[in-house]
Design a protein around this ligand. Structure first.
Ligand SMILES: Cc1ncc(COP(=O)(O)O)c(C=O)c1O
Length: 395
């Protein structure tokens, strides 16, 4: 069948493909440990679920305002104003069906054919695909392990060309866990302002940080009325609500109005019941999120220690999100396995562990391991990887 040209270069999400591969093997009775998905393993906290149940029982099950219910937009604006001293109102917020949808909304509204959009690599798999869907061209800006995969304003400035329209920033980062320090976020904001470079900041993992460096939102460097940015957030990871599909965008009123018009035709509204649950989540006691953050922190420590004992692996110490991105080039070289995709295949076959190859994120020689899974799985899975790699390197 003939498909639209704008989708000719798009492929299915490799992380979802890994999840499906693990499910396929499990169906065959094979015991697979899945380090693939970027999905919290905790249940959605009880008060959030209760708000969803109450919304259903109150028949809050019809269309809502297409940009989201005003109480939720207000709660999101208040959260940012409280945390970052901004001046947002509900007019600066659109609620969408997850951060993924929010990113699609922003890119469709701002980017077009002929534009280039800077995309720091390693990148979350969806960014370049969404840019391509708009007709614009994603251009990689490489961040390096030596610099902790931290995006530097200097590297962005050097990559700006005559067609550059935007930059996508994800901090804390998927897949590397890198966190951009506040002063560097400020320098990137300044570049946006000076060069009319549209900044799309994805802050989905904002509360999951573990070291000395703290997450600093782009919000602390912009006014609500500035027209060179959008900030995207999500209820998915923060409150373990991936299936409820609630994300949001903050930006200037004209941008938010235009996105609202687009969303009103493209999606109608985000799910009514999920909006009530997300409202309860955003208004919930911070201890709910803190408990998850502390558990991730414990797991990160465990994973880093376990990885340090695997021959051929070296792992930068990430400050945020819930991923590690070990360098496996020594392993590839010593074993003759040609690339990260083949290495991930080897791990499925010999260790019965799924990971995501670095190539999916635009960086060869690495694999991504998600520690959004139980300690028991981490212990078992990392033990299996160690055994398989030790045997591999003996031959
Ligand atoms: C960086 C980043 N942004 C956005 C998302 C998507 O989040 P949501 O479930 O809100 O669509 C993910 C999910 O993996 C992510 O890693």
């Amino acid at each position: 069948m003939k498909f639209a040209k704008r989708l000719s270069d798009i492929s299915a999400s490799p992380t979802i493909a890994v999840m499906q591969e693990a499910q396929r093997l499990r169906k065959q009775g094979i015991d697979v440990i899945d380090f693939g998905p970027g999905e919290p393993d905790f249940p959605t906290p009880a008060p959030i679920k209760q708000a969803g149940i109450e919304a259903i029982n109150a028949d809050f099950t019809k269309y809502t305002a297409s940009s989201g219910i005003v109480e939720l937009r207000q709660a999101i604006a208040d959260k940012y104003n409280r945390e970052w001293g901004t001046d947002f109102t509900p007019a600066n917020v659109v609620v969408s069906c997850g951060a993924k949808h929010a990113i699609y909304n922003v890119c469709t509204t701002v980017f077009e054919e002929g534009d280039e959009v800077l995309n720091p690599a390693p990148y979350w798999v969806t960014f370049p695909e969404v840019v391509k869907m708009t007709g614009a061209k994603p251009v990689d800006v490489i961040t390096t392990e030596e610099e902790g995969f931290i995006l530097k304003a200097k590297a962005v400035a050097a990559a700006i060309g005559p067609k550059t329209r935007g930059l996508i920033v994800n901090t804390p980062n998927n897949p590397t866990g890198a966190l951009i320090p506040g002063d560097e976020v400020g320098r990137i904001a300044e570049l946006g302002r000076r060069h009319n470079l549209f900044l799309l900041f994805d802050e989905t993992y904002e509360y999951f940080t573990y070291g000395e460096t703290k997450h600093v939102s782009l919000a602390s460097f912009v006014k609500a009325s500035d027209d060179f940015y959008a900030i995207v957030g999500s209820a998915s990871k923060t409150y373990s609500m991936t299936g409820w599909r609630i994300g949001y965008i903050l930006g200037s009123k004209p941008l938010i109005d235009k996105i609202g018009e687009f969303q009103s035709h493209a999606a109608g509204n985000p799910t009514s019941v999920s909006q009530k649950a997300a409202l309860a989540a955003i208004l919930s006691d911070p201890s709910l999120v803190k408990a998850m953050q502390e558990e991730y922190c414990r797991r990160r420590e465990y994973v880093l220690n376990a990885l340090s004992e695997i021959p051929g692996f070296s792992c930068p110490r990430p400050d945020g999100a819930f991923y590690v991105f070990p360098n496996v080039t020594a392993c590839l070289k010593a074993s003759g396995i040609p690339n990260s995709e083949e290495f991930a295949r080897f791990l499925i076959k010999e260790a019965r562990v799924t990971t995501v190859p670095g190539s999916a994120f635009g960086m060869e020689g690495y694999i991504r391991i998600s520690y959004a899974t139980s300690m028991e799985n981490l212990r078992e899975g990392l033990g299996r990887i160690k055994a398989a790699v030790t045997t591999l390197l003996k031959h």
